[in-house]
Ligand binder design. Structure first.
Ligand code: HEC
Length: 109
């Protein structure tokens, strides 16, 4: 009878230890980079000249609703600038430029 008691005590002890000590290594929240929101970039950097819908044309800004430029060329214009349009290569990451270029395509009428 006494033996059984010791066993149960030992059992609970081991159980208690494993509970406190065995902290699960919490799985990190997935570190995959969140997809860049091209619309947000556009509304931050581009509306001053192109306007919310791309057709404002301030400082002679090209109407993005009628632009037929392919996305690679848009990336080029945004990265390196063109005439009055300032280059964005120092302001925006490659991912952001690609995202905003893709967003300008959605302005097309
Ligand atoms: C300082 C005003 C200004 C800002 C800010 C600006 N643009 Fe422009 N953008 C222009 C002007 C002016 C042109 C026309 C350049 C020319 O005549 O060669 C242009 C042209 C373009 C073109 C080429 C369109 C075509 O069919 O030729 C694209 C694409 C474009 N802008 C996208 C953007 C995006 C995206 C942003 C924000 C990241 C932006 N622009 C910010 C003034 C601006």
């Amino acid at each position: 009878m006494k033996k059984l008691l010791i066993f149960t005590l030992l059992g609970t002890l081991v159980y208690a230890c494993s509970q406190s000590g065995g902290e699960k290594s919490s799985s990190e929240p997935t570190a995959s980079t969140p997809k860049v929101d091209g619309e947000k970039v556009y509304k931050t950097y581009c509306v001053t000249c192109h306007g919310l819908y791309g057709d404002m044309g301030a400082s002679g800004a090209f109407n993005l609703q009628t632009s037929v430029l392919p996305v690679e060329e848009r990336i080029n214009v945004i990265t390196n600038g063109r005439k009055v349009m300032t280059p964005f290569k120092d302001l925006l990451s490659k991912e952001k430029i690609e995202a905003v270029a893709a967003y300008t395509l959605t302005l097309k009428k």
